[in-house]
Write a protein that binds this ligand. Structure first.
Ligand code: MN
Length: 271
């Protein structure tokens, strides 16, 4: 198998290295990952800046010479696009993203650069899997190798449905004892709306989106509840985001005719 790997935590992230090494048991691996952390960039692509691609290797502690490693000054979706069309020059058999440092549960999947990278793989016509590690303490990436291996073996043996990415959240043993693998729906997960306001060393105010306090549902049929209970959660995601159920009810808009803007009293005249 030809396997392409990216992430959003950056090319030096431990989770990326573990995923690339496990993937190398299944085939030839090429890694193109953001040169710095790009968590939370979703499926963004870079259109207004140059992208710099650098081959990295043993000098950065990436001792495996059988894996090709590149750093790109872009997003995870940029990495997949450049990786497939420039570095590889062909479609791989599989695109992998992660292992992310932290969960991608519930609506996280809309913000996640890890999922964004995998989604670009699906859009390019390649089956894709996103991996994230849910944890409360130190991240035990190495302990996840058997779980990664199990999922990759199944994907290698029987593939994935067309236009579908598998969003896999791995529970750390500190959450709950490992229960097994569970196919789930997207659950409900809410962040607190905290904004941290601080002062920088030069006296300027800066804002930081906090939102570290999280509540998430317990239903084990959902990704959130499954991971909490110790299951490896596997949720199928697709690039088709249309709200199909709303189509028929919105047909009324087709009866609209253009309406003149109502005159507003006391309107300020254009300068
Ligand atoms: Mn991340």
């Amino acid at each position: 198998m030809e396997i392409f790997v990216t992430n959003d935590d950056g090319v030096l992230a431990r989770g990326l290295r573990v995923l690339a090494e496990v993937a190398a048991e299944f085939g030839r691996v090429t890694v193109v990952a953001p040169e710095v952390e790009r968590s939370g960039v979703s499926h963004a692509i870079t259109l207004s800046e140059p992208l710099r691609l650098r081959e990295v290797g043993p000098g950065l502690g990436l001792e495996r010479t059988d894996i090709q490693w590149y750093a790109l000054s872009g997003t995870p979706a940029d990495c997949v696009f450049i990786g497939l069309h420039h570095v590889l020059g062909r479609k791989p058999d599989l695109v992998l993203s992660g292992v992310n440092r932290g969960p991608n549960l519930g609506y996280d999947v809309l913000y996640s650069g890890t999922v964004g990278g995998a989604m670009e793989g699906v859009i390019q016509g390649v089956p894709a899997v996103a991996f994230s590690l849910v944890c409360t303490g130190a991240y035990p990436f190495d302990a996840m190798r058997p779980h990664l291996r199990a999922v990759l073996a199944e994907v290698a043996a029987r593939g994935l449905p067309e236009q579908t990415l598998l969003n896999v959240n791995l529970p750390s043993p500190d959450l709950a004892p490992f229960r097994g693998f569970k196919v789930t729906r997207i659950g409900r997960r809410y962040y607190s709306n905290d904004i941290v306001v601080r002062t920088d060393p030069r006296g300027g105010e800066y804002l930081w989106i906090g939102g570290t306090r999280v509540t998430m549902e317990d239903d084990p049929e959902s990704d959130c509840g499954a991971v909490k209970a110790g299951w490896v959660s596997l949720t199928p995601l697709a690039p088709d985001v249309m709200a199909g159920d709303a189509l028929a009810g919105l047909r009324r808009f087709e009866a609209l005719a253009p309406v003149e803007a109502p005159a507003r009293a006391g309107r300020i005249r254009a300068l």
